[in-house]
Design a binder for this molecule. Sequence first.
Ligand code: SF4
Length: 331
Amino acid sequence: MSYKVGIPQGLLFYDYYPLWKEFFNNLGAEVVLSNKTNKKILDQGVSNCVDEACLPVKVYHGHVCDLKDKVDYLFIPKIISVHKKEYICPKFLGLPEMIKNSIKGLPPIIDVEINLHKSNSNLIPTIIKTGKHFTINGFKITSAYSKAVDSYKKYLNLIGRGVVPIDAIKMYNESLKDIKKDKNKLNLLVLGHPYNIYDDHISMKLIDKLHKQNINVLTSEMINIDKINYHASKLPKRMFWSFGRKIVGSAFNVIEERKVDGIIYVSSFGCGLDSILIDLVERKARKEKLPFTLLTLDEHTGEAGVNTRLEAFVDMIRWRLDYENNISTHG
Ligand code: SF4
């Protein structure tokens, strides 16, 4: 019998879905995704989650509600660290417990701990523990994982070539396509956590809207990791948040190499991590006279307001490029 494993389309879904999907498939399990975020999922998330949580955590609760009656297991790992000597947001650590306490009638949850803070080898017991839900053959489990990693590299390759993760998820097992960028278009860096910028409902199709205005979109996931690490290492204090290293390192890289004409930072209301990252990126952008704007989103944000902000920002950049030659009217 093939078990159904539910993966909610939220939080680290955009970073790791192809890896998780291949791993479970290689073990003979069927992966079932929640629907894309929509109003119903958002409303369910808001009513089943504590008020203090940030928007993506509320949305994640909604995805769990959407899946819970359709699967044999839910995959909600307890993620502490995904890189050596780094941590991610503490909300991820408590996620399985939050879900269990807030939502009734759940199927069994695969809530293995992922903690690479001390060593990458800590992943091996996690992989074995996860795989044991489907087979007792340890060799089968490790080989299912290493095949999944090979496939995952294709996905990362696509993103490195400029495909946004949500499209790369659709394409990652197809043959690689030749991806070209039009050098004459406006180029913008869209910064933020992947679950905010790639979720069409949360971001209100921001990337789509920019593409429709003939704008090339760059995101942190498309920047070379060595460059990200190099620029993040210039900070006076070591950035020990994985999200922070990626966001600040990629922003500093594109600002210093003048790769874009402006930066849009997408943040969730109440995100403590972002309050520090936004300040670091904004200061650097202002110092280098690069246009910067911040979109702060929560469940009450209206699309009309976001559209107006975007249009004004893009118009200002186009005007600047056409008439000001990047010299501020304020000197
Ligand atoms: S990093 Fe910010 S947006 Fe992401 S889960 Fe933590 S508080 Fe929420």
